[in-house]
Design a protein around this ligand. Sequence first.
Ligand code: SF4
Length: 405
Amino acid sequence: MPLNSCELEIDLFCKGMRISPDTSLDGVRGISRTRAGLGSGLEAAIPVESGLKREIWVNVPVVEPFAARSPYELVAEGTSAYVIRDDRSGHEYRVRLPEEPAWYRRETANDVPMNRVGVLQGTYLAIYANPICAFWNYSPRLNCRFCTTGQNVGANEVPVKAVSDVIETCWAAKEESGITFVHLNGGFQGSRGLDFIAPYVRAIKEEVGLLVGVQLAPERDLSRYDRLVELGVDHLAFCVELMDADWFARVCPGKARVHGQALYFTAMQHAAGLLPPGAVSGEVIAGIEPEEQTIAAIDRITELGAFPTVCIFRPTVGSDMEGWPPPEYKAMRRVMMHVYEACRAHWLPVGAAPNIEVSLVVNPDDAALLAPRTAGFYCYEAYRRLIRLAAKPIFSRRMRPARAR
Ligand code: SF4
């Protein structure tokens, strides 16, 4: 049996893909090693056969050593059509490789290449806005062991982005690539991270009119989140990464020593009380700690009213964990199925915002393709459709520049 689109997405995250020697990637979106480095793969969109959504976006690992052993191979058919061939079964899956946007090759008024300010990851614009995450400056380093931010910020992207450069890049991505959402992150910045990011949020909301997400290390002064919400932030994300305390301390030594795991959940809960349902997320990495711990993290996040974004562990080249094996497909399928079930159990309106497809994770609504077709499934899907319709005018208002309103 061929895999469905979400199963293929999961298996590609776990096994990576080879690229046939005759296949040209001219004109497609290039590999962008920015931020934590998880976008190190090739962006692809897998068509979805059922009516649940149109496409599933996936950033397929291609440069990590495990990808060279993958049964999957990308093959070009003609000049712009591609299939992924599974050598084990002979099945072929049609995929679309998105074109590289023209603005990637343009510069801002400050002569900064726009693709060193932000890049597309799926259908949204990703910008590492703050200075390099401070965990990289400790001696010995306290960075998360899967992360390569310390190698990418300042090398593959400019170290600190001027607000005006961010605004120009957002405009280009909005007008030419049709983005609706920009995601700002910046790792750990002491107690100044949220203050540092505030002018970017204000300027984007006022001048460009996009949905804005912020993902930074949690801060103890929770009133700072209130201020960010007043500025118009639409989404807040908290990267707790791992549930088991020992794994958390081992893989995320800075987070464990400086914040403690509990602060991630406290801040998540506070943010979930400030924003509408479905606007706060808890981020987890699956495939490092035992599966039951990942499932416990998903349960904890959804109980707090946030939705889980679960990233399948990628042993990124250059990271401290580059020699670790990638996770097994079956375990990851179970985890993603649980993501969907937990969202359903809490009636979280996932996938309500327009045109936000994240290529680095299995989106909770991607995982709808894994769920058995029960009465509960159809009720939840009908509810999600209703929320999507009802939320349309709200989102279109929030995507108008505040100045124009
Ligand atoms: S907090 Fe961890 S994952 Fe985030 S940028 Fe810093 S080292 Fe990387």
